[in-house]
Design a binder for this molecule. Structure first.
Ligand code: PLP
Ligand code: COI
Length: 339
């Protein structure tokens, strides 16, 4: 079957693979990992995940190296973030070691779907945690299911590493000031769908959200964090309503170690006019350079590309990150887990 997959033509979509790994929380404890070949889950119609949004997920990737080995990027960080999301919406936390074991098992069992080195594709890993149990009152479930499936993917944005435009629209927020923006929970993505679709209809790859309280500072994009480059400095928003991106955390380290200054702080909208480069970053987005930001309310445009090419710093960071992920470069930080 894998012989028929055109790896370099893959987009960011779902493809059936062989197995997924599941685990249930009942009577106050997690059970054993179970392997399933079914794509279907059977849950109670009154489960809290269906009614009250008790759902959190993760996204990480596995890469095949030139040496044929499979490397999973920052497994532990994703495990920790899923625990933080579980705390945020009062779900049972899935233990770190079990998370790691489940992900390794899912990748191993679907090894034939890990795209070849150099194809530009990778294996996307999607862990999911949902509230089960028959409840009708608004309260946390007492039963949960953890599941991890994998699917081979290409670039999230169809432009790939080519710069794409994004827009600012003040009528929409993806998260509330003291809400769930820092957790990777389904509700934040539901909240972003209307603005995302509107932006796409206007030809934008994504929405750049402002802080929901004052609309004075940059927050993040629908599916990715935001960073900019100016005067040899990597600038990225600090905010209480954005997801702590593991890609951004990695880029902050790489930027600092390659001699850039790093500023993680509230970034006023007015600074948009001062940046040399701007980009989105995330597991799915990797680094997607931003060609232009259109502030649709103020009627202003900010341009960050010359001849439609990515900026030099974005390109350097992209290459450094990918080299560590695929094993082309040494991994001094211990970010990769070799299968
Ligand atoms: N912000 C949001 C809202 C996201 O959905 C994602 C994707 O995971 C990111 C940022 C990037 O996070 P990470 O780099 O951990 O994938
Ligand atoms: C990711 O980058 O892993 C994401 O979750 C982004 C998007 C697919 C929701």
């Amino acid at each position: 079957m894998e012989n028929t997959i055109n790896w370099s033509e893959l987009s960011f979509g779902y493809m059936k693979t062989d197995y997924n790994v599941r685990c249930y929380y009942r009577n106050g404890k997690w059970g054993e990992l179970e392997v399933s070949s079914s794509e279907i889950i059977n849950i109670h119609m009154s489960a809290t995940c269906l009614h009250y949004g008790q759902e959190a997920f993760e996204g990480l990737k596995a890469f095949r190296g030139k040496d044929g080995k499979i490397r999973i990027f920052r497994l532990d960080e994703n495990a920790k973030r899923m625990q933080s999301s579980a705390q945020g919406i009062k779900m049972a936390e899935f233990p770190i070691e079990k998370f790691e074991e489940a992900v390794l098992k899912a990748v191993k069992l679907n090894e034939r779907f890990v795209p070849p080195y150099g194809s530009g594709a990778s294996l996307y890993i999607r862990p999911l945690l949902i509230g089960l149990g028959a409840l009708i009152g608004v309260k946390p479930a007492d039963e949960y299911m953890f599941l991890v499936f994998v699917t081979p993917v290409g670039p999230y944005f169809k432009t790939g590493f080519k710069p794409a435009p994004v827009c600012i629209m003040r009528d929409y927020d993806r998260a509330a000031p003291h809400g769930t923006g820092t957790y990777k929970v389904g509700g934040n993505y539901a909240a972003s769908l209307a603005a995302g679709q509107k932006a796409q209809e206007k030809g934008y790859a994504a929405v750049l959200y402002l802080d929901p309280k004052e609309k004075k500072y940059l927050d993040e994009c629908g599916p990715a964090n935001f960073f900019a480059i100016r005067d040899n400095t990597y600038i990225t928003p600090a905010s209480t309503s954005i997801l702590p991106s593991i890609t951004n955390k990695s880029l902050i380290q790489l930027a600092g170690d390659s001699g850039l200054k790093v500023e993680r702080r509230p970034v006023p909208v007015e600074e948009l006019s001062t940046f040399e480069e701007a980009a989105e970053c995330g597991t799915a987005a990797v680094i997607t350079p931003i060609s232009r930001i259109d502030d649709l309310d103020e009627g202003k445009s900010y341009i960050y590309t010359k001849d439609g090419k990515p900026g030099v710093t974005c390109e350097k960071l992209y290459n450094e990150l990918l080299a560590i992920q695929t094993g082309d470069a040494p991994d001094p930080y211990g970010w990769t887990t070799v299968l």
